[in-house]
Design a protein around this ligand. Structure first.
Ligand code: 1GP
Length: 264
């Protein structure tokens, strides 16, 4: 196959990344609802998805640090059955692959020094992903201290970047971009006591060109709006929506409120 045909196939396949990059270049902001198959009851998925559709949510992220109940496929299928919002896997380990999702965050834990999570697991997973139709979103995953030990820091055996050390985050982000990672995910971890500081987000955002995803501990529309204003392109919220699915609408309004001005 010629290089140009390969590139056209790549362009066809990479429609989610294309929409993320277009959003970034226009300055529009997005909201992702995180559904953790371990925490959510299947019966609640319908309500979360219905609220997300009404609120014009941009993406579903599905995954968690552990998968205890083997519900990943069922949760993905339930979402896909009732909505057209793209479903992106956010895997906590190499077992968390559902071929029925639209894309996968192919995460390299660049804030840590655990070789398995930088490249080892990827070598094992690559042939499975190659056989799938999943869009692969190479993502530099940066764990930032959210004020409490999280499952992800324990499971990954890595130390998060201190929230008050933006220089470390900036250098890590620049290195991730130079290595060719196509986006960065700054995560304080699910259930973080406090969100990633606006100062750190702003400094990272102004140091790289790739899209920035931010999550962990976001509970209020005000917090989401401050994080967006600091420079995040996509906000991820999980826990807060699991406790109160009706919060999705207000959070979506807060994230999307400037988009209308950008588009018009
Ligand atoms: C965790 O960024 C996500 O990896 C979302 O965190 O569940 O605290 O919203 P919360």
């Amino acid at each position: 196959m010629s290089f140009s045909s390969q590139m056209s196939i790549l362009r066809l396949v990479m429609h989610i990344y294309k929409s993320i990059v277009e959003g970034k270049s226009k300055g529009t902001k997005s909201l992702a609802v995180l559904i953790d198959p371990d925490k959510v009851k299947l019966a609640n998925v319908n309500k979360i998805v219905a609220n997300a559709i009404r609120a014009n949510v941009d993406y579903f992220f599905v995954g968690g640090s552990l998968i205890l109940n083997n519900m990943l496929d069922q949760v993905v299928d339930r979402i896909k059955a009732i909505s057209e919002i793209p479903v992106i896997l956010f895997p906590g380990n190499s077992f968390q692959i559902s071929y029925n999702a639209d894309a996968i965050l192919f995460l390299s834990l660049i804030s840590g020094r655990n070789a398995e999570l930088l490249i080892g697991k990827h070598v094992v997973t690559a042939p499975y992903l190659k056989q799938s139709n999943l869009e692969i979103l190479s993502t530099g995953y940066m764990l930032v201290d959210g004020g409490t030990p999280t499952t992800v820091s324990y499971m990954s055996n890595t130390t998060p970047i201190p929230n008050n050390k933006p220089d470390i985050a900036v250098c890590t982000a620049m290195a991730g971009e130079m290595l060719g990672l196509s986006q960065l995910y700054l995560d304080a971890g699910s259930g973080a006591k406090h969100t990633i500081s606006e100062d750190l987000i702003a400094k990272v955002s102004s140091s790289v060109n790739v899209p920035i995803i931010v999550g962990g501990g976001i509970k209020t529309p005000k917090q989401a709006n401050s994080i967006i204003t600091a420079g995040a392109d996509i906000i991820v919220v999980g826990n807060a929506f699991e406790s109160d699915p009706d919060l999705i609408m207000d959070m979506s309004v807060a994230v999307h409120q400037e988009n209308r001005n950008v588009i018009s």
